[in-house]
Design a protein around this ligand. Structure first.
Ligand code: CP
Length: 310
C-alpha cells in the first residue's frame, strides 16, 4: 500500500488529511472483521516493541494500545505514572524519551504538559503517538470518535452535531471539534457553561474551516442532532478548585431527555464519565459510548499497523 502513514508521528488530528483518515478507517474495518472472526491470521508486528509512557492516569488509551500492540504480535514496555521510574530521581522528560527511543520502535506518550508529545517527537527517532498532552490534543481519541460516527451513520460529514461540556480543558472535546474541520458537519452546536468556553485556537480553526457553529443549551439541541458528544468536566485541570465547584454538575443527560431525540441520535463520550451521562441512558438505543470505547482496539491496531508497516 502506498501509504503516507509509515513512520509518522501522531501529534494532532490536524496533521492528517481526510484521505489519510479514511485510509485508517478502512484498515480498522479490516482489523475489526478479523477480530470478529477470532483474530488476525498473521502477526504483522512480530518482533516490534511499543513503549507506553503514561505520566498521567489512563484506562482506555493505555490498555487499548497495549491490547492493540499485543494482538498485532508486538511487545510492550512502559509505565503508568512516574512512580518507579527515574523521573522520581529527577530525570527530565528529554532523557526519559531518549531511553524509550533506544528500547522501542514506537512511543505512545501521555503527559500533563501541553506540547509534550511534540517535544518527544523532536527528540525521538521512533514515531511518537500523542496519548493526550494536557488540555491540548488527544488525536487517537478523535480517530476513534470519527470512526464510531462513521459506523453509526455511514458517514461523518454533513451531520448535525452537539459537543457538550468542558470545551476549555477537555482535550478529547478539543480534538473532536478540530476533527470536524476535516469532516465538516452540517451544523455544530456547542453546549458549555460560560467558564468552560472553547479555547481561542479551536474557535479560530472552526472559523477558518467555515464550520457553522453556535452556542446552545442542551435541552434545545437534543432533538436537533445526529451526534451528541458529551464530555466530563476536567476537575484535575482547573487552576482553582473553587472554579470547579461553581461548574460541577452543571449538565447531565438523562434517558427522559432523549425521548424527543431523532431515531438516528448517537450519544458519544470519550470516557471516563462522572455524572454527565446518567446511567439510565446506558440502556437506550442512543448509548454508543461503550461501543466507541471498544473501537479503541481496532482503530489503534490499524494505526500501529499503518505506522509500523506490518
Ligand atoms: N478516553 C480516554 O482517554 O480515556 P482514558 O483517560 O481512560 O485513557
Amino acid at each position: 500500500m502506498a501509504s503516507g502513514w509509515r513512520g509518522r508521528d501522531v501529534i494532532s488530528i490536524l496533521d492528517f488529511t481526510r484521505g489519510e483518515l479514511e485510509e485508517l478507517f478502512l484498515e480498522a474495518d479490516k482489523v475489526k472483521m478479523a477480530l470478529r472472526r477470532g483474530g488476525l491470521q498473521r502477526r504483522p508486528l512480530e518482533g516490534k516493541l511499543v513503549a507506553l509512557a503514561f505520566f498521567e492516569p489512563s484506562t482506555r488509551t493505555r490498555m487499548s494500545f497495549e491490547a492493540a500492540a499485543k494482538r498485532l504480535g508486538a511487545g510492550t514496555i512502559g509505565f503508568t505514572g512516574p512512580e518507579g521510574t527515574s523521573v522520581e530521581k529527577g530525570e527530565n522528560l528529554a532523557d526519559t524519551i531518549r531511553m524509550l527511543d533506544a528500547y522501542a520502535d514506537l512511543i505512545v506518550i501521555r503527559h500533563r504538559y501541553e506540547g509534550s508529545a511534540l517535544y518527544a517527537a523532536e527528540i525521538a527517532e521512533a514515531p511518537v503517538v500523542n496519548g493526550g498532552d494536557g488540555r491540548q490534543h488527544h488525536p487517537t481519541q478523535a480517530m476513534i470518535d470519527l470512526y464510531t460516527v462513521r459506523e453509526a451513520h455511514g458517514r461523518v460529514e454533513g451531520l448535525d452535531y452537539a459537543v457538550v461540556g468542558d470545551l476549555r480543558y477537555g482535550r478529547a472535546a478539543a480534538s473532536f471539534m478540530l476533527a470536524l474541520t476535516i469532516f465538516r458537519p452540517r451544523r455544530l452546536y456547542l453546549v458549555y457553561p460560560p467558564q468552560l468556553a472553547p479555547r481561542r485556537e479551536v474557535v479560530s480553526a472552526l472559523e477558518r474551516a467555515g464550520v457553522r457553529f453556535e452556542r446552545a443549551e442542551l435541552e434545545e439541541v437534543i432533538g436537533e442532532v445526529d451526534v451528541l458528544y458529551v464530555t466530563r468536566i476536567q476537575r484535575e485541570r482547573f487552576p482553582d478548585p473553587e472554579e470547579y465547584e461553581r461548574v460541577r454538575g452543571s449538565y447531565r443527560v438523562t434517558a427522559s431527555m432523549l425521548e424527543g431525540a431523532r431515531d438516528s441520535l448517537v450519544v458519544l463520550h470519550p470516557l471516563p464519565r462522572v455524572d454527565e451521562i446518567d446511567h439510565s441512558v446506558d440502556s437506550t438505543r442512543h448509548a454508543w459510548y461503550f461501543r466507541q470505547a471498544r473501537n479503541g482496539v481496532p482503530v489503534r491496531m490499524a494505526l500501529l499497523k499503518l505506522i509500523l508497516g506490518g
